[in-house]
Design a protein. Sequence first.
Length: 508
Amino acid sequence: MPVTAAGSSEPAVRTTAGVLRGSREAGLAVFRGIPYAEPPVDALRFAAPRPVGGWSGVRPAVSFGPPPPQPSLFATDEPPSEPSGDDWLTVNIWSPDPGAGAGLPVLVWIPGGAYVIGASSLPEFDGARLSAGGAVVVTMNYRLGMEGFAQLDDAPANRGLLDQVAALQWVSDNIRAFGGDPDRVTVFGESAGGGSVAALLAMPRASGLFRRAIAQSVPGTFFSPELAADVAAACAAELGMRPTASDLLSLHPSRLPAAGEAVAAKIDTWTGRWGPITYRPIPFAPVVDGDVLPATPWAALATGASRDVDLLVGHTRDEHRLFSLIDGVLGQVTAEQAGTALGTLAPGPDGARRYREAFPAAGPEELYELVNADWLFRMPTLHLAQAHAAAGGRTHLYELTWTAPGMGGILGACHGLDVPLVFGNLGSGHPAMLIGDPTDEAEALSARVRAAWIAFAADGDPGWPGYEDEQRLTQLLDTQTAVTAYPERASELLWREHTFSALPLINR
């Protein structure tokens, strides 16, 4: 419930753990760095998150919590005023009306970053513009890399996912005090965040903690326990350790990301054992352990898991273009590189041939981008929509087709372009480089996307028809929006019989 902090006009609320004092910014009440669980260090290292203890007095909530340990190369550019420390498990809240009776829809954001990098304090995740549209926006941190996803013999699997569940439980218990409706919680995320949303849909521990879900660019990489354990063993070996929590407890958390980096740098040496994850490379992902995550999201949804959860799901048209740029092959893909990609990623024993037949006019560059995009993001996303709809779940599908004007438009509608559009932060943060100088066109599209996301969070209707297998209706997000049959029909047919299973360990 709202309270009044003595001698202050700044917003203050009482949570189950104690009173928090935030700040007022541009008409919103903003609370940063709120702990939702105890710091996962010392005796709690590699353990399931433990609910945060209470405090007396008024606790300031005006600064972001520290980001979880991650590779220094990608460490977030924190302002000098940001705190350091081990209180990684925090949430941040933007609210138009921090009153217990406001009953606003709630959007809970899970940052992406390949399950190894990222933090809720990044400027692209500032929730002010999205919240101003009439929703309470929550962003979270969770454990990454080895801390969050390494398969260890004496620790629970998927600790990063368990952190997300703990954050959602905190929201359920406390969000009413910030003006939110605990019965209208929508969890949303992009890339690894979208994969996390998909995982939560399949997790019994998350049942009942959210009414709706938005999964953006869902990656198809979920690991079997055997594969995850083998990767963890390789990472631990880099540190001279066994892959156990008892061994790794002796190391400072800052040392573990370097081990993941070292394995990723030479991941192709494990091609014969780890298969296609060595191609991208992807050393960490949710583990289908049979307990925390009983099945892949596609299998779980197909059997009716989360049938009562409304799902908005989609991807960008040119998902892989950004990675081609990062890898230094954009505009330079050779026939040999395209052949390797097709041979590694295309479904079925004759997948490479079928791709060439399905796209007869495509050269090496287009084939390379298509199969990479389909394997990693586009087809996993489509299959998630199909599984949920087939089981009777209310489902809405979209594809972002707007060509980003940044860098002369060479990246098209690439991976990550939806993030600035959803949050409205067109000129700040790393994804803003995709847009360049914000134009009226970009602002208008962002306003439409934000309105759709908030409308979906409010009542389950983003403003276009639901998806079902016969008509396959899909909203195209562009300057001129349209509803059409799913546009990537050739890829859809190529992957129709494919099952996105937990990736196995090969040649054990």
